[in-house]
Each structure stands twice: as structure tokens, then as C-alpha cells.
Write a protein that binds this ligand. Structure first.
Ligand SMILES: [Zn+2]
Length: 263
């Protein structure tokens, strides 16, 4: 007799290959793969729980190493995301990132909360997409324990004030003169400059990254950048840093940029 288990979780991946295969992100058990046999039936109780972003209380039974969806209760489906293609692509990207940084049987309480908060903010339009995206990306890096030292130039130890650049690969800041030296050395060795991306930060963005890396989760969006270009910069720097250090391609992120360009 298979044993029944209840798990709270959010669906971060749906594959339809014969049976419907779900990947849940759960606080206690991290990433959990679940087979949803009845999810093809439009009227069945499994249908609402088998959609991307569905957050609920899942009743599962286990046979061997596999979990099967029995039934459950939907808590939130973030249906509003489907009204905006950009928000939908970003939300999918957030799920792809969450999948990359999580693992089976590795508790993921903070990550579940970060993902749910971010989906909620996107759905409600609580801030610009760029701000929500940038904050999510920087918090993911903090969650991974990979974040740049942001107080001073990592070469000459000058205090970080104006015109400091984020050295994405080096994982720290460079003052203007150390950046110039780095770039001329890179030119001499004929290194491709896009292999070691540099992002010139404004003081406001530098402050926003520091805030994001240090503030409690419930205050993650408790700030605004006055200039929309700064919000874009926060997002661009976060994306470069995350992609460089996770070293993964995210299809939904490509789709997000592709659709944005088309506007
Ligand atoms: Zn320096």
C-alpha cells in the first residue's frame, strides 16, 4: 500500500511526455518530481495543480523512488501573469533559475519564499519588471553565497564612490583607473572583452545592490530607483552576474529579451 504525503510547493516545471511530469519546489524537500496521471483530464482535480506557477498543498503517494499526484488543494495560481507576455516570460525565467539552484532533498524555504514573492510582485505589477527582475537575480546570488565585494576597489582598495565598475568575472568592483589598466592588459593579451564583462554602476545602483544583498526577504522590494535607467542597469548587472556565475542558458530569458525587442 503506497503511503500518502502532503507537501506544500510551487510547480516550477511541466513536461508533457505521455504522462504529465511536474517539478515542485518545496520548502522541506527542495525539488520533487511528480507524475500527474490524471492531469490530462480537463475536469479532473489534478488539472489546476498541474499548471506552471501553481502553488498548493499537494497530496502525493510514493512508490519506490517516484511520487505520484493523487489530489490536493490549490492555494494560488498566479493566473494574472498570463495577461502579460513579458511578465509571463519573466516568471518562467524565475522558475528556471529556481530549478537550477535547487536540488532534491535540499530544503529550500528561502528560495520558495523568494520565488512566490517575485511571482506575486510581477502579477500585481508592484514595481517595474526591471526592478523585480534585478532584485530577484541579486537575491538568487546571495542565496547561492556568490556575491561581489561592494565596498572598495578590489585592486587598489580605494573606497567605492562614483564611476565604479562591476567586474563580473572577478566578483568585485574596480575604480576607473584600475578598470582602464585591466582593459589595456586584456587588449594586449587579445582577450575578448565580452569574456570578462564590466558594468559601469551609478551610485544609486551600487546602493540598491548592497541593499538587496543585505535586507530581509520581506523588505526585498522596499525601495525604488528614481531613474528608470538605473532600474534597467540593476537588472542588466544582475543578469550578467547570474549568468556568468551559474553558467546556464535560460530559454525563457532569451524569449523575454526577444519579445521585448519586437515591441
Ligand atoms: Zn582601483
Amino acid at each position: 500500500m503506497a503511503q500518502t504525503e502532503h507537501m506544500h510547493g510551487v510547480v516550477i516545471r511541466v513536461r508533457r511526455e505521455g504522462d504529465v511530469m511536474l517539478t515542485l519546489l518545496t520548502p522541506e524537500h527542495g525539488k520533487v518530481n511528480v507524475i500527474a496521471k490524471g492531469a490530462r483530464s480537463l475536469k479532473g482535480p489534478q488539472m489546476p495543480l498541474s499548471q506552471l506557477f501553481a502553488y498548493g498543498d499537494f497530496e502525493l503517494y510514493r512508490r519506490g523512488d517516484l511520487y505520484w499526484l493523487n489530489t490536493g488543494e490549490l492555494i494560488e495560481n498566479f493566473r494574472g501573469l498570463s495577461a502579460d507576455l513579458d511578465a509571463l516570460n519573466l516568471a518562467s525565467y524565475f522558475c528556471e533559475v529556481a530549478s537550477v539552484v535547487s536540488d532534491a532533498e535540499l530544503p529550500a524555504r528561502e528560495l520558495v519564499r523568494l520565488l512566490l514573492n517575485s511571482l506575486h510582485f510581477l502579477e500585481k505589477g508592484a514595481a517595474s519588471e526591471a526592478l523585480i527582475k534585478g532584485v530577484f537575480e541579486w537575491r538568487i546570488m546571495a542565496y547561492q553565497g556568490i556575491f561581489p565585494a561592494l565596498n572598495r576597489c578590489m585592486e587598489c582598495a580605494k573606497d567605492a564612490i562614483d564611476d565604479f565598475s562591476l567586474d563580473v568575472a572577478g566578483g568585485g568592483l574596480l575604480c576607473p583607473s584600475c578598470r582602464r589598466r585591466h582593459e589595456s592588459l586584456a587588449q594586449l593579451s587579445q582577450q575578448r572583452t565580452d569574456a570578462t564583462p564590466m558594468v559601469l554602476l551609478t551610485p544609486a545602483v551600487l546602493h540598491a545592490i548592497r541593499f538587496t544583498l543585505s535586507t530581509p526577504l520581506e523588505k526585498m522590494l522596499a525601495f525604488r530607483l528614481e531613474d528608470a535607467r538605473d532600474e534597467e542597469l540593476l537588472s542588466r548587472a544582475g543578469e550578467l552576474f547570474l549568468r556568468y556565475h551559474l553558467d546556464v542558458d535560460f530559454p525563457s530569458l532569451q524569449m523575454y529579451h526577444h519579445m521585448k525587442k519586437g515591441v
